[in-house]
Design a protein around this ligand. Structure first.
Ligand code: NMX
Ligand code: MLT
Length: 453
């Protein structure tokens, strides 16, 4: 890119430290992507088998992201850092155990750990963008109160699509190299507003329609706890929860859907709303709600008592024999206990070691993997993030478990919105894989494989 063009881009991005740093990173990264596509594009990195074609493209390497990577044995790394490393590296809110979510946003977007000062700049930027338009609340209020909170959340995000700066700039005419700028603005606006939207849905739906106004002196986690009406240390629980749920590389349903929709140059509102719809499925984010309802069922059947190991084993088998999955167990990529589960387990061991529901979760961890192995289907018998998260919410007073996936959605926004900003920055293409017919698969199978010329 010409020096003048770079300078143009810098001028147009003359806003926050984060945005300037992001542009610096984008300009440094673009030549790598260009070289990979133009000079090295025909190098083979994977092959596709018939079972992958029918079976959800499992393990096919055909997506790129530098924001997180999921190793089947080790679990997630955010920008190269494990969960403990991430928590240790980022600036913490004074008097709290967990980092600012805003600093984590800086980290996901740029790959750099922000200083305290850079973090506080993002805190202020989010506050300036946090006001939710009144029409969003009006839309929510017009929906029947028994609407699932994920439907409300996704609708609220979609309703704000008219705010998109990307659409305005695109319609006015803009160079492809500038796409990232209004995308970044839309994504930051969404990120700043959704804690208020989520809390409004919660207070309207479950707390007799008593929304709590935001407190302009608080960071995102603190303000979320305040607007939910949940006392300390729920602010730290929220920070931990949002960071842990943020990103899980690109292939999971919510991240992939957001990326797919954005690839049509749909704006961030359309894209994230669609991603939330995917998150609302019971095999994905809704599993955390299912875990809690399963646990309540066990307690309900035993009059609130903890089961014996034998009783628990029977409950697990009854669930499997009724054709259901054990929620919170198994994973499409992971082949070990999810480190997000471990991180939350450590939180529970420190803060609620004697809580009966936590004891039950631990007991399930002891019994369920063997039951799943004996069942013989799940490739991964170990727990995922959802097996542990609901217990913490319940302990701190958030017992309305059909709201849990909304919490997941607020956290997931950090990852998927950072990703689609980078999609635009690197000019990622419209996603359009090729489909084939069953006849074709049968023919290629009979021939011993498709002839690749
Ligand atoms: N309980 C019972 N059966 C299971 C489980 C489980 N927890 N996990 C996998 N299986 C079955 C699965 O249904 C499939 O059966 P079939 O051959 O009859 O279709 C078989 O085992 C092979 O599946 P896998 O290849 O091991 O898993 P896959 O990659 O297809 O799916 C999940 C991954 C996560 C969808 C699956 O493990 C599952 O349904 N788990 C329970 C739901 C859950 O916890 N989801 C949350 C995932 C994390 N998140 O937050 O998104
Ligand atoms: C996620 O966090 O998205 C889930 O663990 C599902 C996945 O990674 O496929």
């Amino acid at each position: 890119m010409a020096v003048a063009e770079k300078a143009d881009e810098r001028r147009s991005a003359n806003v926050s430290t984060l945005k300037a740093k992001l542009l610096e990173k984008i300009l440094a990264h673009r030549p790598r992507t260009t070289k990979l596509v133009k000079e090295l594009g025909k190098i083979v990195i994977d092959q596709v088998t018939i079972d992958q074609c029918i079976g959800g493209a499992r393990d096919v390497r055909c997506l790129v992201t530098d924001i997180s990577y999921l190793d089947p044995q080790e679990g997630i790394r955010f920008r190269g850092k494990t969960i403990p490393e991430t928590f240790a590296a980022l600036p913490k809110v004074p008097g709290c155990d967990y980092p600012y979510v805003e600093g984590f946003w800086y980290f996901l977007l740029t790959g750099d750990v922000p200083t305290k000062e850079q973090t506080l700049e993002v805190v202020e930027d989010f506050k300036a963008r946090a006001t939710v338009p009144q029409y969003v609340f009006d839309v929510l209020r017009a929906m029947p109160r028994d609407t699932h909170p994920m439907t409300m959340f996704s609708t609220a995000v979609l309703a704000m699509q008219r705010e998109s700066l990307f659409v305005k700039r695109y319609n006015a005419g803009m160079k492809k190299t500038e796409y990232w700028d209004p995308m970044y603005e839309d994504c930051t606006n969404i990120m700043a507003k959704i804690p208020g939207i989520a809390a409004y849905i919660y207070r309207m739906k479950y707390k007799s329609d008593t929304p709590i106004a935001p407190n302009p002196n608080l960071d995102l986690g603190g303000n979320f706890a305040h607007m939910m009406g949940l006392a300390k240390p729920y602010d730290d629980v929220a920070r931990m929860y949002f960071i842990l749920h943020s990103d899980h590389e690109s292939g999971n349903v919510s991240a992939h859907t957001t990326h797919l929709v954005a690839s049509a140059l749909s704006d961030a509102y359309y894209s994230f709303s669609a991603g939330l719809d995917g998150l609302a499925g019971p095999l994905h984010g809704l599993a955390n709600q299912e875990v809690l309802s399963w646990i309540q069922e066990v307690f309900g059947k035993l009059g609130g008592k903890l089961p014996t190991d034998e009783e628990l084993k029977k409950f697990l088998w009854d669930t499997l024999n009724s054709g259901k999955v054990i929620p919170g167990y198994g994973h499409a990529v992971l082949r070990k206990t999810d480190p997000r589960y471990t991180s939350q387990m450590e939180f529970c061991l420190k803060n609620l070691p004697e809580y009966p529901m936590f004891k039950l979760v631990n007991q399930i961890y002891k019994i369920a993997p063997d039951v799943l192995r004996e069942h013989g289907k799940a490739k991964n018998p170990w727990p995922n993030v959802d097996a542990q998260s609901g217990v913490i919410q319940w302990y701190y007073g958030l017992t309305e478990y059909d709201f849990y996936t909304v919490l997941f959605g607020v956290g997931r926004a950090l990852g998927v919105l950072a990703n689609i900003t980078w999609d635009r920055a690197l000019g990622y293409a419209l996603e359009r894989p090729k489909s084939v017919t069953t006849d074709m698969l049968e023919k290629w199978a009979a021939e011993g494989g498709r002839k690749l010329s």
